[in-house]
Design a protein around this ligand. Structure first.
Ligand code: PLP
Length: 390
């Protein structure tokens, strides 16, 4: 009997709730559903990280409140990780903020930097949670279309002087969810130039930083000269170390943005459980073979799926990074219609592109988060669809 507040009502709705419900119904009826629609990593956290958590959980020092902004050793581990992986030097104290997962940081940032009515640039298609942060900050959103012909990078030439002059914040995300595209150094350089000229803060979401294919190593935004002056990068341990349930990540880069995030977090929470911070530091600075192996696993799965679908005559493009494939819907169908056909006729769930924005129409997103055997089975089931029969 207590209605939600206006601001809660303004939050975007879960767009494929209908499909998720249907999946549940098919499972209840005993059907074997292959869920390629959601983005939950299927591999366990590497054992050395779990062992560190167990050991650290027994330490009474970790049973107390952690320092409000997190332990300096974890910030230092994040700085060491950036230096080792990307050659980027960070001041652990001033240029790193510990986050409760990437999502929390992404949702908080608009509230840290924007006043109601301020303009923010958001990619379309894009990770839906950017929109939650925009709604909570009561900001005005301008979308930047990501088109296939531009390799799913925004074309800054499409943004008018007026939009650029009033924009305060911009979200970017490469490797990209949902398109699987990666960014080039030239694109990041162009971004730094545009942002400095127009006083826009860039937030680069690097959630899939560890997942790049065909020998291509995804670039950190901070590798580009001048990036730290105009922006930050959000990193999460969820995908790199299969720690999605642990809720730990960090923001790195511009000192004033980092301190704004820490100020807001001061008011919202006390920092993460100390044992999780110790285990996260172990993940970042301990053995890294697991990261390489994970990348190989996703690349193998990508090849199985893409080669399999191409052999059916479906003209699909291979993603360059992330654990998603972005597949063009056969002509004449909307993304929702195609996803519904797949679910009803083959019991495979995929995410309709329209759920990621207007420019996602015409595509479906498929997660590479199941075994080789299940992907092979998915291709076999798809081959039975009338539209792919030769
Ligand atoms: N950014 C993108 C593009 C994602 O796909 C996700 C998770 O699915 C996240 C950020 C957030 O990850 P987490 O909150 O687990 O760190």
């Amino acid at each position: 009997q207590f209605p939600p507040s206006e601001i809660l009502n303004s939050l975007p709705k879960q767009f494929f709730a209908g499909l998720v419900k249907k999946v549940g119904e098919y499972i209840d009826l005993g059907h074997d559903v292959i869920n390629l629609g959601q983005g939950n990593p299927d591999q366990p956290t590497p054992p050395h990280i779990v062992a560190k958590l167990q050991e650290a959980a027994a330490n009474p020092l970790n049973h107390k409140y952690s320092p409000f902004q997190g332990h300096l050793y974890l910030k230092q581990a994040a700085a060491d990780f950036y230096l080792r992986e990307y050659g980027v030097t960070l001041d652990a104290d001033k240029e790193v903020a510990i986050l409760f997962g990437g999502k929390a940081g992404l949702v908080e940032i608009p509230q840290c930097l924007l006043n109601p009515g301020d303009t923010i640039l958001v990619p379309d298609p894009g990770y839906p949670d950017y929109l939650s942060g925009v709604a909570l900050a009561k900001a005005e959103m301008v979308t930047m279309p990501l088109r296939e012909r531009n390799n799913f990078l925004p074309d800054y030439g499409e943004l008018s002087e007026e939009i650029l002059s009033k924009s305060k914040l911009m979200f970017l995300n490469y490797p990209n969810n949902p398109t699987g595209a990666t960014a080039t150094a030239e694109f990041f350089e162009e971004t730094v130039k545009l942002a400095s000229e127009n006083d826009i803060c860039v937030v680069h979401d690097f959630a899939y930083g560890a997942i790049g294919f065909d020998g291509e190593r995804p670039l950190s935004f901070l590798q580009v000269e001048g990036a730290k002056e105009i922006g930050i990068e959000i990193y999460t341990l969820s995908k790199t170390y299969n720690m999605a349930g642990w809720r730990v990540g960090f923001a790195v880069g511009n000192e004033s943005v980092i301190s704004a995030i820490e100020l807001l977090q001061d008011h919202l929470y006390v920092s993460l459980f100390g044992a999780i911070q110790e285990a996260a530091a172990e993940a970042l600075t301990g053995p890294q073979d697991c990261v390489k192996e994970l990348n190989q696993l996703y690349e193998r799965r990508r090849n199985i799926l893409i080669d399999g679908l191409q052999s059916l005559g479906w003209k699909v493009t291979a993603p360059k990074g992330s654990f998603f494939a972005w597949l063009k819907v056969p002509e004449g169908l909307s993304s929702e219609e195609f996803a519904t056909i797949l679910l009803d006729q083959t019991h495979i769930m995929v995410a309709p592109g329209i759920g990621f924005g207007e420019f996602g129409e015409g595509f479906v997103r498929v997660g590479l988060l199941t075994t080789d055997e299940r992907l092979i089975e998915a291709v076999r089931r798809i081959s039975s669809l009338e539209i792919f029969k030769k």
